[in-house]
Design a protein around this ligand. Structure first.
Ligand code: CTP
Ligand code: MG
Length: 218
């Protein structure tokens, strides 16, 4: 059974504001380099979707394809570039990937067909009203925040992407595309350190964590 890691890294990093986010450095290493290195021991090949015109830095052990306009399009390009039986899709922007989570997601994907790392929501949730003030309280009971990696039998994810494309449906992750077609998705306990570097505040957190992580990766 062949397993491929697929890393969508073709975003522009608008919210962070430092150029294409995958290339942003944290303690001497790019977010993409960190994500790729964390995935490599668990898979047979690593594929990365890059912004058009950019090439892989030499320290990233992977094969590159050109990404698309959306994350979904970038993942589809990656899916079409591998013949692996199982794929592990992981955001370049989540540089701290505990090995146990990667292993558990792959195992669950083999068993169920689709699985994602996710964490029970700890904060109170509220939908804002029209003026931006407190609107409606949303009970957090049973709610999980979805992370990556997400693992899939490749044939299942390809079919779900095909259906979404045909319907013009857009999702922010791949497990959502499986769920939409009625497929089961196993929730695997993720990790707080799997946060996505999205804003300048997240980058500050990543910079604080990197020396600790590099001294003793989890
Ligand atoms: N991504 C991608 N192709 C796109 C858009 C996003 O491969 N067209 C990737 C990003 O590189 C990132 C992951 O999807 O690794 C999650 O996306 P996000 O955090 O939104 O990154 P950006 O789109 O780069 O950031 P922003 O939305 O702030 O512009
Ligand atoms: Mg984005």
């Amino acid at each position: 059974m062949k397993v491929a890691a697929l890393i969508p890294a073709a975003g522009s990093g608008t919210r962070l504001g430092l150029g294409p986010k995958a290339f942003v450095q944290v303690a001497g290493r790019s977010l993409l380099g960190r994500s790729a290195a964390a995935l490599a021991p668990h898979v047979d090949e690593v594929l990365v979707a890059l912004p058009a015109g950019l090439t892989l830095p030499r320290d990233v052990p992977a094969r590159a394809v050109t990404g698309g306009e959306t994350r979904q399009a970038s993942v589809l390009a990656l899916l079409r570039a591998t013949d692996a039986d199982v794929v592990l899709v992981h955001d370049a922007a989540r540089p701290f990937l505990p090995g146990a989570v990667a292993g558990a997601v792959i195992a669950a994907a083999r068993e169920v067909g689709a699985a994602t790392a996710a964490l029970p929501v700890a904060d109170t949730l509220v939908r804002a009203g029209p003026g931006g003030d407190w609107g409606t309280l949303t009970p957090r009971e049973g709610l999980w925040a979805v992370q990556t990696p997400q693992g899939f039998r490749r044939d299942l994810l390809l079919a779900a992407h095909g259906a979404a494309l045909a319907d013009g449906f857009a999702a922010t992750d791949d497990a959502g595309l499986i769920a939409r077609t009625g497929g089961a998705v196993r929730l695997v306990p993720g990790d707080a350190r799997l946060f996505k570097v999205t804003t300048p505040g997240d980058l500050a957190l990543a910079q604080a964590l990197a020396p600790v992580w590099d001294a003793a990766p989890v």
